[in-house]
Structure formats: structure tokens, C-alpha cells
Design a protein around this ligand. Structure first.
Ligand SMILES: Cc1ncc(C[n+]2csc(CCOP(=O)(O)OP(=O)(O)O)c2C)c(N)n1
Ligand code: SF4
Ligand SMILES: [Mg+2]
Length: 267
């Protein structure tokens, strides 16, 4: 899949007379500002940060994204870079093949928590253990958003989902899988971090971590992973405006944000 164009189409910027323009309404690598995701969805925030990072690191012409299936997959319709879509959960395995035949490419996976933690945990762990020089990105909203908000391996204890209406119970459903911590425990993982896009500070943090992850890849240091917590008010049964608060109150106690491993940084 490729949306690649020769000229970025800036579209119609919204300008307010007298107001200072601090940013454009969309990143250069966005071919459109339109998406059909729900109001308050956190995925498009993460998409924009990712595209800004690719642009700022001058990787646009050699970036290849590998996606699975989920609401987050809609990035392929609005990003001016190349993508491959593969079977649910298999993106790290497919990205491994892409990177091995195209070592100069900046290869990344974009996956949901259902995709990476539930359906494809083996793939991400083995890719990290093999120290593949790829960057894996998991947008963790704690539900299978695209299919209606069912519980995933990443749903937190007590979380109400379509398949755990009384809340996730450890006795019945077990405990959530902390993907970032698992990957960080493997020697092949060179950079691992977790961030969130529910605050302005979290957006800035996500950008720093994604940059570092791609720098880890281009320096040849090994596997990199960034887990990004994103809002899904629809799957969480909360009003749109309550999404950011729900993320910090319900998800962050289980998934603390911050860097977990950075092999490029001298000890
Ligand atoms: C092998 C397989 N199992 C299940 C599905 C159905 N399916 C499509 S999208 C999706 C939900 C994905 O959830 P997640 O990865 O968390 O992404 P989100 O929608 O939350 O962004 C599921 C279960 C599928 N397409 N293929
Ligand atoms: S269901 Fe959740 S993840 Fe999917 S578009 Fe709506 S808010 Fe976003
Ligand atoms: Mg999800």
C-alpha cells in the first residue's frame, strides 16, 4: 500500500485572525486530516506524532510500516509512506523479513494491544529475542476496539469491556500482560519505553521516545519497542471528554510511563 505523493498537499489550514500560528493543522506526511475513528480516539494523536518523527529524522523515503488489523490500521489511508498489512499479530515477523531484505529501510510495526499482546505475543517476543533491527509500536487502549471493545490480554484488572461487563476479574480472566516489561527483560531489546497521549506532556514524551526508538534502529543497536497508551472512550463506555482522565486513573497504575531500557545511553 502506498499513498506516496511528490508534493505534500497542505489542504485548507484553519487560520484565526490575530492568533499566533504555533503548528500546522496536520503533519507534512499526512495526506488528509480526515479519519472515521470515534471522537476522542487517541490513535490519530499517536499517528501524527509518529509521522512528525519520521519526517524530522528524514526517514520518509525509506520508512516501511507493517500493520495488523484494528482501528489503528486506518493510518494507511492518511499517511504518505509505504505500508504492508499482514495477518493479525504477525507484524514483527513480517517486519523481520522486510528489514532483512531492505536493511537500509526504517522498518516499524504499528499494532494494537489486541494485535500484539493477545494475538501475536510470540512474534514480538521472538523478534526482540533475535535482536531484529526493527521498531515495534503498540497502541494500547486495553480493548479490541475495532471489533466492538472486547477484553484483550492488556485490559487492566477491574476494566469493563464487552466481554467483562462486571470488570476484568483475576480469578476468571487472569492478569494483564505487561508487554513493555517482558520485552525489556530480553537481551536483544535495545530500547523500550512506555508513554501516553492523554496530556500535552505525554504527547511530547511520546515524540521523544519514538525518536529514540528509530535512532536505536538506524544506529544498528537492536530491537526497539514503544508502547503508547491511547484513549478509546467508546470501548471504555465513558463520555468522549472523560477518555484522558480514564486513561490516567485506570490504565496508568498498571502501565507506568517512562523509559524501561536504553542501550544507547552510557550506563
Ligand atoms: C486472526 C484474526 N482474528 C481476529 C480478527 C478480528 N479482528 C479484527 S480487528 C480486531 C481488533 C483489534 O484490536 P487491537 O489490536 O487492540 O486494535 P484496536 O482496534 O483497539 O486499535 C479483531 C479481533 C481478525 N481480523 N483476524
Ligand atoms: S472504537 Fe476505540 S479505538 Fe476504535 S475508533 Fe473508536 S475510540 Fe478509537
Ligand atoms: Mg486495542
Amino acid at each position: 500500500m502506498s499513498n506516496r505523493s511528490t508534493e505534500p498537499d497542505r489542504g485548507q489550514e484553519v487560520r484565526i485572525e490575530g492568533a499566533r500560528q504555533v503548528a500546522s493543522s496536520r503533519a507534512d506526511l499526512q495526506v488528509s486530516e480526515d479519519h472515521h475513528l470515534c471522537p476522542g480516539c487517541g490513535h490519530p494523536v499517536a499517528w501524527r506524532i509518529l509521522l512528525e518523527v519520521i519526517q524530522e529524522l528524514s526517514l520518509a523515503q525509506r520508512a516501511i510500516g507493517v500493520v495488523g488489523h484494528g482501528c489503528y490500521t486506518n493510518i494507511v489511508r492518511m499517511a504518505d509512506i509505504d505500508f504492508l498489512q499482514c495477518l493479525h499479530g504477525r507484524a514483527p515477523a513480517v517486519a523481520t523479513g522486510v528489514k532483512r531484505v531492505q536493511p537500509q529501510a526504517a522498518v516499524f510495526t504499528l499494532q494494537g494491544d489486541g494485535d500484539m499482546a493477545s494475538e501475536g505475543l510470540a512474534e514480538v517476543l521472538h523478534a526482540a529475542a533475535r535482536a531484529e533491527k526493527i521498531t515495534a509500536i503498540m497502541l494500547n487502549n486495553g480493548v479490541f476496539g475495532d471489533t466492538g471493545g472486547q477484553m484483550t490480554a492488556a485490559s487492566v484488572v477491574g476494566q469493563r469491556t464487552k466481554t467483562s461487563l462486571e470488570g476484568r476479574s483475576p480469578e476468571l480472566h487472569g492478569y494483564p500482560v505487561p508487554v513493555a516489561e517482558l520485552v525489556a527483560s530480553l537481551p536483544g531489546a535495545a530500547y523500550v519505553a512506555r508513554s501516553a497521549v492523554n496530556t500535552a506532556g505525554g504527547v511530547a514524551q511520546t515524540k521523544r521516545y519514538l525518536k529514540r526508538a528509530f535512532e536505536t534502529q538506524t544506529s544498528g543497536a537492536g530491537f526497539s519497542l514503544v508502547e503508547v497508551l491511547t484513549m478509546c472512550p467508546t470501548g471504555w463506555f465513558v463520555p468522549t471528554a472523560a477518555g484522558p482522565g480514564y486513561l490516567s486513573d485506570s490504565m496508568q497504575p498498571t502501565y507506568p510511563t517512562g523509559p524501561l531500557k536504553d542501550s544507547l545511553r552510557p550506563a
